[in-house]
Ligand binder design. Structure first.
Ligand code: AMP
Length: 226
């Protein structure tokens, strides 16, 4: 199963990605996470992208493309993968195509800008473990403190409201055109779900729609073989 998860920053892609990956036993490949690892390890790539990410802009394509292509070559991708945060431009989607990387379904989670700003600017992270909280929707037991280790929580630099607004602007300008591109190119593989609502019900909708896409795909294969 080779999947793409599309949606604005803060639409809930990370949460849904974890669920989908568990269901199908496939790795989640997040270019954002990979870049954050480079920053934490202070590699030359990390140093190059740190400022760009803190401003909410897209990092140069040659950097994400080479990180992604190297990651897709690892053996755990043989059984499939879910891409979270890639592609973010039509040219990145074209790169997948020209490298013969076939996609079974594209899942878009959509949500309004105002809801995203509320969600992201309240998000807090325990940097050592990656545990996330939300000051309103999922608060820690003690404000700004991790429940398990009692260490302080942080706000990701790019979750600050001004940066979130920039990330949304970048999303509308550079990533949204991908929606029409995929809808036109792969209408039978395109799934849309509303990102506002209970996490479980969004998961259920995704799984149900993915099931229909797979049934259709398998039916078409059967006809072609028969
Ligand atoms: P994310 O965790 O997916 O929200 O990504 C965080 C940041 O990493 C983005 O705001 C970009 O600066 C950078 N980034 C992640 N994926 C890509 C990509 N496919 N193309 C360009 N920049 C990316």
């Amino acid at each position: 199963m080779q999947l793409i998860l599309l949606g604005a920053p803060g639409a809930g892609k990370g949460t849904q990605a974890e669920f989908i990956c568990k269901q199908f036993g496939i790795p989640k490949i997040s270019t954002g996470d990979m870049l954050r690892v480079e920053i934490a390890a202070r590699t030359p790539i990390g140093q190059k992208v740190q400022g760009i990410m803190a401003e909410g802009k897209l990092v140069p394509e040659e950097i994400v493309n080479s990180l992604l292509m190297a990651r897709l070559k690892l053996p755990d991708c043989k059984k499939g993968f879910l891409l979270d945060g890639y592609p973010r431009t039509i040219s990145q989607a074209e790169l997948l195509e020209t490298n013969g990387i076939l996609i079974d379904a594209i899942i878009e989670i959509y949500i309004s800008d105002e809801d995203i700003i509320k969600r992201l600017s309240g998000r807090r992270i325990h940097p050592q473990s990656g545990r996330t909280y939300h000051i309103i929707y999922q608060p820690p037991k003690n404000p700004e403190i991790d429940d398990i280790t009692q260490e302080p929580l942080i706000q990701r630099e790019d979750d600050k409201e001004e940066t979130v607004r920039m990330r949304l602007q970048v999303y509308h300008q550079q990533t949204e055109p991908l929606i029409a591109w995929y809808q036109k190119r792969s209408p039978n593989k395109y799934i849309q779900v509303e990102g506002e609502g209970a996490v479980n019900s969004i998961c259920d909708q995704i799984m149900q729609k993915l099931g229909s896409v797979m049934e259709k795909r398998d039916g078409d294969r059967h006809i072609n073989q028969g």
